[in-house]
Design a protein around this ligand. Structure first.
Ligand SMILES: Nc1ncnc2c1ncn2[C@@H]1O[C@H](COP(=O)(O)OP(=O)(O)OP(=O)(O)O)[C@@H](O)[C@H]1O
Ligand code: NI
Length: 325
């Protein structure tokens, strides 16, 4: 595996300022995120709904709304092109060089991505023309085959495609420029289990010597299928990260332990309670140190909380507040 990461996030934070009508509150959507994505890795970013996963992806792609600001670093360091500091890059650079070209995005639902009045072939061909300068029929069909689509299926309109096929078209669209980084945000929403598994497996196969995949999901089963690495997010913070087998096999953070306990083989025990409001995190951290404390019963086998919300490295793994015993 190549030594330098494709994507390198350091102390990356994203805040939303809510207007005066809301009493000028600040939403802490992402706090001090530290992540690395290397070629060959499928990094699953997991956590409950609303913890900040999609905002993190939007920030990397320069797609935050006007009431948001970010700080920290997110370095895209892929291929032979110049490095781009994603949080500081002007929109022209993000639009011309990053989105679609160096970072492919597989959206939550292909329906949001595909135009209803044009065939899949027309849309894929247009992406080829835009990103590669021409749309060679054989190349378009070769890409379709690569994602498991019969070229004949490209002549369908989006409403004629099953959810799984539409999502394959979306994966193909993300691959047109052969981007070194692929970000998939909840790519299996609305699909039934067998299709979830097939689309997830397809995304997993995209990680190779030159490419890494950031798979954003709250589907831990899907993550466990293909992830080589995992980052667990809770209330805007990555609370644990490391090689997937190690984190899933022996979670250190009580939140990771609880999440895994909510899986079928864990006996369907939902994590009790609710995550804190993201507008109150600063106060919570001042008071408790760790934002999970309010929801954190004594968990057997987990070290007591040391109140340190920042990730601390221990060899190949990192964890906040609960160093390994
Ligand atoms: N434009 C915005 N203004 C204010 N708050 C926002 C805005 N966009 C997102 N948020 C807040 O940021 C937080 C994180 O949202 P995000 O969509 O990243 O969650 P998520 O982890 O991706 O959840 P899900 O699994 O449901 O997609 C949420 O509390 C959300 O309400
Ligand atoms: Ni999301």
């Amino acid at each position: 595996m190549q030594q330098s990461p494709l994507l390198w996030l350091d102390d990356m934070s994203v805040r939303f300022e809510l207007g005066r009508s809301r009493g000028s509150e600040t939403v802490h959507a992402v706090t001090d995120a530290r992540l690395r994505l290397f070629p060959g890795q499928v990094l699953a970013l997991v956590g409950e709904s609303g913890c900040g996963k999609s905002v993190l992806a939007s920030a990397l792609l320069g797609l935050l709304p006007a009431n948001a600001w970010s700080r920290g670093r997110a370095l895209l360091s892929s291929g032979t092109d110049e490095d781009v500091e994603l949080l500081a890059a002007p929109e022209s650079v993000l639009a011309r060089e990053v989105r679609g070209r160096r970072v492919g995005l597989v959206p939550q639902s292909a329906a949001t991505h595909l135009t209803p009045v044009r065939t899949a072939r027309a849309q894929l061909s247009e992406a080829f023309r835009e990103l590669r300068g021409r749309a060679d029929r054989a190349e378009v069909e070769a890409l379709a085959r690569r994602v498991g689509l019969d070229p004949d299926e490209l002549d369908h309109y989006p409403h004629e495609l099953s959810g799984g096929m539409a999502q394959r078209v979306a994966v193909a669209s993300a691959l047109v420029a052969e981007p070194p980084v692929v970000i998939a945000d909840e790519p299996t929403t609305g699909l039934d289990r067998p299709l979830v598994e097939r689309v997830t497996d397809l995304l997993g196969e995209l990680a190779d010597r030159e490419r890494g995949v950031l798979l954003i999901t709250h589907d831990l089963d899907a993550a466990a299928r293909v992830a080589t690495h995992v980052a667990v997010m809770y209330a805007s913070r990555v609370v644990e990260s490391g090689p997937a087998a190690e984190v899933f096999g022996e979670p250190w953070h009580p939140y990771t332990k609880r999440l895994l306990g909510a899986l079928p083989e864990g006996g369907f025990q939902p994590v009790p309670g609710h995550p804190p409001a993201l507008t109150e995190l600063a106060e919570l951290e001042r008071e408790w140190g760790c934002v999970f404390c309010l929801r954190c019963p004594e968990t057997p086998g987990v070290a007591p909380c040391n109140g340190e919300p920042r990730l601390v490295e221990h060899g190949r793994r990192s964890v906040a507040a609960h160093p390994p015993c």
